[in-house]
Write a protein that binds this ligand. Sequence first.
Ligand SMILES: [Zn+2]
Length: 91
Amino acid sequence: MGKNNTKAEKAKRNLEYAKKFKKRRPSARGGRPPFRPSPSPGSSSPSGFNSDRPSFDAVCTTCGTKTTVPFEPTPGKPVLCRNCFVASRPV
Ligand SMILES: [Zn+2]
């Protein structure tokens, strides 16, 4: 009998422990998963990002400043310098 009893006690303790553990997680933040910003690919590599990036000479369509863009400027499409690009973005 003693043997069985200890086994049952152990199982009971285990169950309670599991319950406690389970209960702790979702209620900690109201069941909401924590916000995790995903790192953008390429921007995290310290080397080879800036030097590897191609740059093309272009003239800003908006203010006429000479600038360089990381892509080949398409004829007929507006090219924005950094300032105008930032200014043209909503917020
Ligand atoms: Zn500009």
